[in-house]
Design a binder for this molecule. Sequence first.
Ligand code: 4AD
Length: 448
Amino acid sequence: MIKASSVLTLYNNHKSLDGKTVTLNGWVRSVRDGKAFAFVELSDGSVIKTVQLVVGGDKQCFETVKKLNIGAAVTVTGLVVNTPDARQPFEIAAEDITVEGGSQPDYPLQKKRHTLEFLRTIPHLRPRTNMFQAVFRIRSEVSFAIHDYFHGLCFVYAHTPIITGADAEGAPMFRVTSPGTEREFFGRPAHLSGSGQLEAETFAQAFGKTYTFGPTFRAENSNTPRHANEFWMIEPEMAFCDLEGDMDNAEGLVKHIIIHILETCPYEMEFLNQFVDNTLIERLKDVANAEFERMEYTEAIELLEKVKDKFEYPVGWGADLQSEHERYISEEICKKPVFLTNYPKELKSFYMRLNDDGKTVACMDLLVPHVGELVGGSQREERYDVLLKRMNELGLSVEDNEWYMSLRKYGTTRHAGYGLGLERMIMYVTGIANIRDSIPFPRTPGVM
Ligand code: 4AD
Protein backbone atom coordinates (compact mmCIF):
# COMPACT_ATOMS: atom_id res chain seq x y z
CA MET A 1 0.00 0.00 0.00
CA ILE A 2 1.24 3.47 -0.86
CA LYS A 3 1.59 5.68 2.17
CA ALA A 4 -0.42 8.69 1.12
CA SER A 5 -1.01 12.08 2.56
CA SER A 6 -4.52 13.54 2.78
CA VAL A 7 -6.09 16.72 1.50
CA LEU A 8 -6.97 17.66 5.07
CA THR A 9 -3.33 17.32 6.17
CA LEU A 10 -2.26 19.49 3.26
CA TYR A 11 -4.75 22.22 4.16
CA ASN A 12 -3.57 22.17 7.74
CA ASN A 13 0.19 22.03 6.95
CA HIS A 14 0.73 23.34 3.43
CA LYS A 15 2.98 26.19 4.56
CA SER A 16 5.58 23.88 6.06
CA LEU A 17 5.18 21.41 3.18
CA ASP A 18 6.05 23.96 0.48
CA GLY A 19 8.35 22.31 -2.07
CA LYS A 20 7.96 18.84 -0.53
CA THR A 21 6.81 15.78 -2.46
CA VAL A 22 3.51 14.21 -1.43
CA THR A 23 1.30 11.39 -2.64
CA LEU A 24 -2.49 11.61 -2.65
CA ASN A 25 -5.24 9.10 -3.41
CA GLY A 26 -8.57 10.47 -4.55
CA TRP A 27 -11.31 10.95 -7.12
CA VAL A 28 -11.35 13.39 -9.98
CA ARG A 29 -13.95 16.14 -9.61
CA SER A 30 -13.11 18.05 -12.78
CA VAL A 31 -10.54 18.27 -15.56
CA ARG A 32 -9.64 21.34 -17.59
CA ASP A 33 -7.00 20.78 -20.22
CA GLY A 34 -5.29 23.35 -22.36
CA LYS A 35 -2.41 23.09 -24.83
CA ALA A 36 0.42 23.02 -22.34
CA PHE A 37 -1.23 22.58 -18.97
CA ALA A 38 -4.15 20.71 -17.47
CA PHE A 39 -5.85 21.29 -14.13
CA VAL A 40 -7.45 18.51 -12.16
CA GLU A 41 -9.62 19.03 -9.11
CA LEU A 42 -9.16 16.14 -6.72
CA SER A 43 -11.23 15.12 -3.71
CA ASP A 44 -10.09 12.43 -1.28
CA GLY A 45 -12.92 12.47 1.28
CA SER A 46 -10.72 13.58 4.18
CA VAL A 47 -12.33 17.04 4.11
CA ILE A 48 -14.93 18.77 1.97
CA LYS A 49 -12.22 20.80 0.25
CA THR A 50 -10.59 19.72 -2.99
CA VAL A 51 -7.03 20.19 -4.16
CA GLN A 52 -5.89 21.44 -7.56
CA LEU A 53 -3.34 19.41 -9.48
CA VAL A 54 -1.38 21.27 -12.12
CA VAL A 55 -0.22 18.95 -14.86
CA GLY A 56 2.19 20.03 -17.54
CA GLY A 57 5.78 19.45 -16.60
CA ASP A 58 5.62 15.70 -17.10
CA LYS A 59 4.53 14.66 -20.59
CA GLN A 60 3.25 11.23 -19.57
CA CYS A 61 1.12 12.77 -16.81
CA PHE A 62 -0.31 15.22 -19.31
CA GLU A 63 -1.28 12.41 -21.68
CA THR A 64 -2.87 10.45 -18.80
CA VAL A 65 -4.93 13.45 -17.71
CA LYS A 66 -6.20 14.11 -21.22
CA LYS A 67 -7.88 10.70 -21.12
CA LEU A 68 -9.32 11.12 -17.61
CA ASN A 69 -13.07 11.29 -17.03
CA ILE A 70 -14.71 12.86 -14.01
CA GLY A 71 -15.13 10.31 -11.22
CA ALA A 72 -11.90 8.38 -11.96
CA ALA A 73 -9.85 7.17 -8.99
CA VAL A 74 -6.18 8.19 -9.15
CA THR A 75 -2.99 8.22 -7.17
CA VAL A 76 -0.89 11.30 -7.72
CA THR A 77 2.58 12.26 -6.60
CA GLY A 78 3.76 15.83 -6.88
CA LEU A 79 5.25 18.92 -5.28
CA VAL A 80 3.34 21.15 -2.90
CA VAL A 81 3.45 24.70 -4.24
CA ASN A 82 2.07 27.46 -2.03
CA THR A 83 0.01 30.01 -3.97
CA PRO A 84 -0.84 32.75 -1.47
CA ASP A 85 -2.38 35.01 -4.12
CA ALA A 86 -4.65 32.39 -5.69
CA ARG A 87 -8.11 31.21 -4.61
CA GLN A 88 -6.64 28.00 -3.20
CA PRO A 89 -3.70 28.52 -0.82
CA PHE A 90 -1.61 25.81 -2.50
CA GLU A 91 -1.63 23.42 -5.43
CA ILE A 92 0.17 20.24 -6.42
CA ALA A 93 2.54 20.22 -9.38
CA ALA A 94 1.90 16.66 -10.51
CA GLU A 95 4.89 14.48 -11.36
CA ASP A 96 3.20 11.12 -11.57
CA ILE A 97 -0.44 10.10 -11.97
CA THR A 98 -1.62 6.50 -11.88
CA VAL A 99 -5.20 5.66 -12.72
CA GLU A 100 -6.50 3.18 -10.16
CA GLY A 101 -9.99 2.98 -11.69
CA GLY A 102 -11.15 4.87 -14.76
CA SER A 103 -14.61 6.38 -15.03
CA GLN A 104 -17.08 6.28 -17.91
CA PRO A 105 -18.10 9.47 -19.74
CA ASP A 106 -21.71 8.99 -18.59
CA TYR A 107 -20.74 9.51 -14.91
CA PRO A 108 -23.86 11.21 -13.50
CA LEU A 109 -22.05 13.82 -11.39
CA GLN A 110 -20.72 16.20 -13.99
CA LYS A 111 -19.27 19.57 -13.03
CA LYS A 112 -22.49 21.47 -12.32
CA ARG A 113 -24.83 22.01 -9.44
CA HIS A 114 -27.30 19.13 -9.12
CA THR A 115 -30.59 19.40 -7.25
CA LEU A 116 -31.05 17.48 -4.02
CA GLU A 117 -34.04 15.75 -5.62
CA PHE A 118 -31.85 14.46 -8.45
CA LEU A 119 -29.14 13.38 -6.02
CA ARG A 120 -31.71 11.33 -4.06
CA THR A 121 -32.07 9.16 -7.17
CA ILE A 122 -28.36 8.22 -6.97
CA PRO A 123 -27.75 7.54 -3.27
CA HIS A 124 -24.76 5.35 -4.23
CA LEU A 125 -22.96 8.35 -5.73
CA ARG A 126 -24.21 11.37 -3.81
CA PRO A 127 -21.60 11.00 -1.01
CA ARG A 128 -19.11 12.23 -3.64
CA THR A 129 -20.74 15.67 -3.83
CA ASN A 130 -19.76 18.63 -1.67
CA MET A 131 -23.19 18.75 -0.06
CA PHE A 132 -23.10 15.14 1.11
CA GLN A 133 -19.41 15.24 1.98
CA ALA A 134 -20.50 17.91 4.45
CA VAL A 135 -23.70 16.29 5.72
CA PHE A 136 -22.36 12.77 6.17
CA ARG A 137 -19.08 13.81 7.75
CA ILE A 138 -21.09 15.88 10.20
CA ARG A 139 -23.40 12.89 10.78
CA SER A 140 -20.35 10.82 11.65
CA GLU A 141 -19.01 13.49 14.02
CA VAL A 142 -22.43 13.96 15.65
CA SER A 143 -22.53 10.21 16.35
CA PHE A 144 -19.08 10.35 17.88
CA ALA A 145 -20.07 13.38 20.00
CA ILE A 146 -23.09 11.50 21.34
CA HIS A 147 -21.01 8.55 22.52
CA ASP A 148 -18.44 10.98 23.88
CA TYR A 149 -21.06 12.87 25.89
CA PHE A 150 -22.52 9.79 27.54
CA HIS A 151 -19.15 8.16 28.04
CA GLY A 152 -17.99 11.33 29.80
CA LEU A 153 -20.96 11.03 32.16
CA CYS A 154 -20.26 7.30 32.83
CA PHE A 155 -23.37 5.99 31.04
CA VAL A 156 -23.33 2.34 29.94
CA TYR A 157 -24.07 1.83 26.24
CA ALA A 158 -26.85 -0.78 25.90
CA HIS A 159 -27.53 -2.70 22.69
CA THR A 160 -31.28 -3.16 22.78
CA PRO A 161 -32.83 -5.66 20.35
CA ILE A 162 -33.92 -4.75 16.85
CA ILE A 163 -36.41 -7.63 16.71
CA THR A 164 -38.71 -7.27 19.70
CA GLY A 165 -42.18 -7.85 21.09
CA ALA A 166 -42.01 -4.72 23.25
CA ASP A 167 -44.04 -1.75 22.12
CA ALA A 168 -43.33 1.60 23.77
CA GLU A 169 -45.06 4.06 21.51
CA GLY A 170 -48.06 2.24 20.04
CA ALA A 171 -46.97 3.42 16.57
CA PRO A 172 -47.47 1.03 13.59
CA MET A 173 -44.58 -1.44 13.40
CA PHE A 174 -43.05 -3.66 10.69
CA ARG A 175 -43.93 -7.25 11.58
CA VAL A 176 -41.33 -10.00 11.60
CA THR A 177 -42.68 -13.43 10.59
CA SER A 178 -41.35 -16.73 9.26
CA PRO A 179 -40.02 -16.45 5.70
CA GLY A 180 -42.79 -16.80 3.14
CA THR A 181 -45.54 -17.20 5.73
CA GLU A 182 -47.45 -15.18 8.27
CA ARG A 183 -46.41 -17.64 11.03
CA GLU A 184 -44.84 -16.25 14.17
CA PHE A 185 -41.18 -17.16 13.87
CA PHE A 186 -40.58 -16.49 17.55
CA GLY A 187 -43.80 -18.11 18.77
CA ARG A 188 -45.34 -14.72 19.56
CA PRO A 189 -45.85 -11.47 17.66
CA ALA A 190 -42.58 -9.73 16.86
CA HIS A 191 -41.71 -6.55 15.01
CA LEU A 192 -38.76 -4.31 14.16
CA SER A 193 -38.16 -2.09 17.15
CA GLY A 194 -39.66 1.38 17.16
CA SER A 195 -37.84 2.29 20.37
CA GLY A 196 -35.28 0.65 22.63
CA GLN A 197 -36.67 2.42 25.68
CA LEU A 198 -38.48 -0.38 27.48
CA GLU A 199 -35.45 -2.65 27.27
CA ALA A 200 -33.16 0.25 28.22
CA GLU A 201 -35.14 0.69 31.42
CA THR A 202 -33.87 -2.73 32.55
CA PHE A 203 -30.29 -1.44 32.26
CA ALA A 204 -31.15 1.80 34.07
CA GLN A 205 -32.30 -0.28 37.04
CA ALA A 206 -29.00 -2.12 37.03
CA PHE A 207 -26.34 0.36 35.87
CA GLY A 208 -28.12 3.55 36.93
CA LYS A 209 -27.32 5.43 33.74
CA THR A 210 -27.58 3.90 30.30
CA TYR A 211 -28.27 4.82 26.68
CA THR A 212 -29.14 3.09 23.45
CA PHE A 213 -28.10 4.31 20.03
CA GLY A 214 -29.40 2.31 17.13
CA PRO A 215 -31.76 2.06 14.18
CA THR A 216 -35.49 2.22 14.84
CA PHE A 217 -38.36 1.50 12.52
CA ARG A 218 -41.87 2.88 12.24
CA ALA A 219 -44.40 1.78 9.65
CA GLU A 220 -46.24 5.12 9.59
CA ASN A 221 -47.35 6.22 6.17
CA SER A 222 -46.17 9.80 6.80
CA ASN A 223 -44.74 11.41 3.74
CA THR A 224 -43.30 14.51 5.38
CA PRO A 225 -39.88 16.15 5.30
CA ARG A 226 -39.39 15.14 8.96
CA HIS A 227 -40.43 11.48 9.06
CA ALA A 228 -38.56 8.39 7.91
CA ASN A 229 -39.52 4.74 8.30
CA GLU A 230 -35.99 3.86 9.36
CA PHE A 231 -34.19 6.35 11.57
CA TRP A 232 -31.60 6.29 14.32
CA MET A 233 -32.52 7.14 17.86
CA ILE A 234 -30.48 7.85 20.96
CA GLU A 235 -32.34 6.91 24.12
CA PRO A 236 -30.77 7.57 27.51
CA GLU A 237 -32.46 6.25 30.61
CA MET A 238 -31.54 7.36 34.13
CA ALA A 239 -32.49 5.90 37.51
CA PHE A 240 -32.96 8.26 40.46
CA CYS A 241 -33.81 11.02 37.98
CA ASP A 242 -36.88 13.20 37.52
CA LEU A 243 -38.16 15.32 34.63
CA GLU A 244 -35.90 18.28 35.47
CA GLY A 245 -32.81 16.07 35.43
CA ASP A 246 -34.01 14.56 32.16
CA MET A 247 -34.25 17.99 30.52
CA ASP A 248 -30.86 19.03 31.90
CA ASN A 249 -29.30 15.97 30.35
CA ALA A 250 -30.97 16.54 26.96
CA GLU A 251 -29.96 20.20 26.92
CA GLY A 252 -26.38 19.21 27.72
CA LEU A 253 -26.37 16.66 24.90
CA VAL A 254 -27.64 19.06 22.24
CA LYS A 255 -25.07 21.68 23.25
CA HIS A 256 -22.24 19.13 23.37
CA ILE A 257 -23.05 18.00 19.83
CA ILE A 258 -23.13 21.57 18.51
CA ILE A 259 -19.84 22.53 20.15
CA HIS A 260 -18.20 19.35 18.85
CA ILE A 261 -19.15 19.84 15.21
CA LEU A 262 -18.29 23.54 15.21
CA GLU A 263 -14.85 22.49 16.42
CA THR A 264 -14.27 19.43 14.25
CA CYS A 265 -16.04 20.31 10.98
CA PRO A 266 -15.18 23.97 10.31
CA TYR A 267 -14.86 23.62 6.52
CA GLU A 268 -18.09 21.63 6.26
CA MET A 269 -19.97 24.12 8.42
CA GLU A 270 -18.65 27.03 6.33
CA PHE A 271 -19.88 25.30 3.19
CA LEU A 272 -23.36 24.78 4.63
CA ASN A 273 -23.42 28.33 5.93
CA GLN A 274 -22.65 29.56 2.42
CA PHE A 275 -24.92 27.29 0.40
CA VAL A 276 -27.78 26.18 2.68
CA ASP A 277 -28.42 28.78 5.38
CA ASN A 278 -26.22 31.78 5.97
CA THR A 279 -27.39 32.18 9.55
CA LEU A 280 -26.47 28.61 10.46
CA ILE A 281 -23.16 29.03 12.31
CA GLU A 282 -24.31 32.12 14.17
CA ARG A 283 -27.54 30.41 15.14
CA LEU A 284 -25.80 27.31 16.45
CA LYS A 285 -23.30 29.35 18.44
CA ASP A 286 -26.22 31.18 20.05
CA VAL A 287 -27.90 27.88 20.92
CA ALA A 288 -24.72 26.51 22.48
CA ASN A 289 -24.66 29.53 24.80
CA ALA A 290 -28.38 29.93 25.44
CA GLU A 291 -30.44 28.57 28.27
CA PHE A 292 -33.25 26.55 26.73
CA GLU A 293 -36.76 27.72 27.54
CA ARG A 294 -39.04 25.48 29.65
CA MET A 295 -42.78 25.94 29.27
CA GLU A 296 -45.84 23.94 30.26
CA TYR A 297 -48.13 22.60 27.53
CA THR A 298 -51.05 24.51 29.10
CA GLU A 299 -49.23 27.84 28.83
CA ALA A 300 -48.20 27.10 25.25
CA ILE A 301 -51.82 26.42 24.32
CA GLU A 302 -52.88 29.71 25.89
CA LEU A 303 -50.25 31.57 23.86
CA LEU A 304 -51.20 29.78 20.65
CA GLU A 305 -54.88 30.53 21.18
CA LYS A 306 -54.07 34.23 21.04
CA VAL A 307 -52.61 33.85 17.54
CA LYS A 308 -55.33 34.59 15.00
CA ASP A 309 -55.75 33.26 11.46
CA LYS A 310 -52.39 31.60 11.24
CA PHE A 311 -52.83 27.88 11.69
CA GLU A 312 -54.38 25.22 9.52
CA TYR A 313 -55.19 23.00 12.54
CA PRO A 314 -57.21 24.33 15.50
CA VAL A 315 -55.56 24.71 18.93
CA GLY A 316 -57.16 24.08 22.30
CA TRP A 317 -56.36 22.30 25.55
CA GLY A 318 -56.29 18.58 24.85
CA ALA A 319 -55.37 18.91 21.17
CA ASP A 320 -52.10 17.49 19.97
CA LEU A 321 -49.67 20.07 18.65
CA GLN A 322 -49.07 19.96 14.92
CA SER A 323 -45.75 20.77 13.35
CA GLU A 324 -46.98 24.31 12.49
CA HIS A 325 -47.69 24.93 16.21
CA GLU A 326 -44.40 23.42 17.38
CA ARG A 327 -42.43 25.57 14.99
CA TYR A 328 -44.37 28.70 15.89
CA ILE A 329 -43.61 28.19 19.58
CA SER A 330 -39.88 27.75 19.07
CA GLU A 331 -39.39 30.12 16.12
CA GLU A 332 -41.76 32.99 16.94
CA ILE A 333 -42.60 32.84 20.63
CA CYS A 334 -39.36 31.63 22.22
CA LYS A 335 -36.94 32.15 19.32
CA LYS A 336 -34.80 29.33 20.69
CA PRO A 337 -35.10 25.70 21.78
CA VAL A 338 -37.93 25.14 24.22
CA PHE A 339 -38.95 22.16 26.34
CA LEU A 340 -42.74 21.83 26.42
CA THR A 341 -43.78 19.85 29.47
CA ASN A 342 -46.75 18.17 31.11
CA TYR A 343 -49.01 17.27 28.20
CA PRO A 344 -52.48 15.77 28.74
CA LYS A 345 -52.07 12.06 29.44
CA GLU A 346 -54.35 11.15 26.51
CA LEU A 347 -51.77 12.49 24.07
CA LYS A 348 -48.87 10.50 25.45
CA SER A 349 -47.63 6.94 25.99
CA PHE A 350 -48.73 4.61 28.77
CA TYR A 351 -45.39 4.60 30.61
CA MET A 352 -45.26 8.34 31.38
CA ARG A 353 -45.61 9.33 35.03
CA LEU A 354 -49.03 10.68 35.99
CA ASN A 355 -48.85 14.13 37.61
CA ASP A 356 -50.72 14.95 40.81
CA ASP A 357 -53.46 16.76 38.84
CA GLY A 358 -54.46 13.35 37.45
CA LYS A 359 -54.78 14.93 33.97
CA THR A 360 -51.25 15.48 32.73
CA VAL A 361 -48.07 13.43 32.58
CA ALA A 362 -44.48 14.39 33.44
CA CYS A 363 -43.22 14.52 29.89
CA MET A 364 -41.20 16.86 27.72
CA ASP A 365 -40.81 17.54 24.02
CA LEU A 366 -37.85 19.62 22.94
CA LEU A 367 -38.93 21.89 20.08
CA VAL A 368 -36.30 23.68 18.04
CA PRO A 369 -36.50 26.30 15.30
CA HIS A 370 -36.29 24.92 11.75
CA VAL A 371 -37.03 21.29 12.74
CA GLY A 372 -39.82 21.21 15.33
CA GLU A 373 -39.70 18.22 17.68
CA LEU A 374 -36.13 17.08 18.23
CA VAL A 375 -36.51 15.15 21.49
CA GLY A 376 -39.38 13.38 23.21
CA GLY A 377 -39.06 12.08 26.75
CA SER A 378 -40.56 11.73 30.20
CA GLN A 379 -40.26 10.68 33.76
CA ARG A 380 -41.48 7.08 33.84
CA GLU A 381 -44.36 5.75 35.92
CA GLU A 382 -42.50 3.86 38.64
CA ARG A 383 -45.60 3.06 40.78
CA TYR A 384 -46.83 -0.44 39.97
CA ASP A 385 -50.48 0.24 40.80
CA VAL A 386 -50.68 3.48 38.84
CA LEU A 387 -49.03 1.86 35.83
CA LEU A 388 -51.35 -1.14 36.03
CA LYS A 389 -54.39 1.14 36.12
CA ARG A 390 -53.16 3.09 33.10
CA MET A 391 -52.46 -0.07 31.12
CA ASN A 392 -55.92 -1.38 31.89
CA GLU A 393 -57.49 1.93 30.84
CA LEU A 394 -55.66 1.68 27.53
CA GLY A 395 -56.41 -2.04 27.08
CA LEU A 396 -52.72 -2.98 27.00
CA SER A 397 -51.72 -6.54 27.74
CA VAL A 398 -50.35 -6.83 31.26
CA GLU A 399 -49.24 -10.38 30.52
CA ASP A 400 -47.06 -9.36 27.57
CA ASN A 401 -45.53 -6.56 29.61
CA GLU A 402 -45.10 -8.47 32.85
CA TRP A 403 -41.28 -8.25 32.69
CA TYR A 404 -41.54 -4.47 32.32
CA MET A 405 -44.08 -4.16 35.12
CA SER A 406 -41.96 -6.32 37.39
CA LEU A 407 -39.17 -3.71 37.38
CA ARG A 408 -41.64 -1.78 39.59
CA LYS A 409 -41.69 -4.63 42.09
CA TYR A 410 -37.99 -5.15 42.63
CA GLY A 411 -36.18 -2.01 43.76
CA THR A 412 -38.10 0.51 41.71
CA THR A 413 -36.73 4.06 41.43
CA ARG A 414 -37.75 7.40 40.10
CA HIS A 415 -36.43 7.31 36.57
CA ALA A 416 -36.56 9.26 33.36
CA GLY A 417 -35.27 9.22 29.81
CA TYR A 418 -35.76 10.56 26.33
CA GLY A 419 -35.29 9.87 22.65
CA LEU A 420 -33.30 12.11 20.33
CA GLY A 421 -33.85 11.49 16.61
CA LEU A 422 -30.43 11.48 14.97
CA GLU A 423 -31.72 12.59 11.56
CA ARG A 424 -33.63 15.52 13.09
CA MET A 425 -30.42 16.51 14.89
CA ILE A 426 -28.55 16.36 11.58
CA MET A 427 -31.23 18.55 9.98
CA TYR A 428 -30.88 20.99 12.84
CA VAL A 429 -27.11 21.35 12.66
CA THR A 430 -26.77 21.31 8.88
CA GLY A 431 -29.82 23.40 7.98
CA ILE A 432 -31.00 20.87 5.39
CA ALA A 433 -34.76 20.83 5.09
CA ASN A 434 -35.58 17.23 4.19
CA ILE A 435 -34.90 14.17 6.34
CA ARG A 436 -34.16 12.21 3.14
CA ASP A 437 -30.93 14.20 2.86
CA SER A 438 -29.77 13.46 6.40
CA ILE A 439 -29.39 9.66 6.12
CA PRO A 440 -27.30 7.81 3.51
CA PHE A 441 -30.04 5.48 2.24
CA PRO A 442 -33.43 6.97 3.21
CA ARG A 443 -36.40 4.66 3.73
CA THR A 444 -39.72 6.44 3.27
CA PRO A 445 -43.14 5.18 2.10
CA GLY A 446 -42.85 3.52 -1.29
CA VAL A 447 -39.17 4.41 -1.72
CA MET A 448 -36.14 2.23 -1.16
O1 4AD B 1 -41.21 10.95 20.67
P1 4AD B 1 -40.75 9.58 20.29
O2 4AD B 1 -41.70 8.72 19.53
O3 4AD B 1 -40.28 8.92 21.64
C1 4AD B 1 -39.92 7.63 21.83
O4 4AD B 1 -39.77 6.81 20.98
C2 4AD B 1 -39.56 7.35 23.26
N1 4AD B 1 -39.55 5.91 23.46
C3 4AD B 1 -38.25 7.98 23.57
C4 4AD B 1 -37.81 7.77 24.99
O5 4AD B 1 -38.36 8.38 25.88
N2 4AD B 1 -36.84 6.90 25.20
O6 4AD B 1 -39.44 9.71 19.42
C5 4AD B 1 -38.30 10.36 19.93
C6 4AD B 1 -37.64 11.19 18.83
C7 4AD B 1 -38.50 12.32 18.27
O7 4AD B 1 -38.45 13.46 19.09
C8 4AD B 1 -37.87 12.53 16.93
O8 4AD B 1 -36.70 13.29 17.04
C9 4AD B 1 -37.49 11.13 16.51
O9 4AD B 1 -37.35 10.37 17.70
N3 4AD B 1 -38.49 10.50 15.64
C10 4AD B 1 -38.38 10.39 14.31
N4 4AD B 1 -37.41 10.78 13.47
C11 4AD B 1 -37.59 10.52 12.17
N5 4AD B 1 -38.65 9.87 11.65
C12 4AD B 1 -39.65 9.45 12.46
N6 4AD B 1 -40.69 8.79 11.95
C13 4AD B 1 -39.54 9.72 13.86
N7 4AD B 1 -40.31 9.45 14.92
C14 4AD B 1 -39.66 9.92 15.99
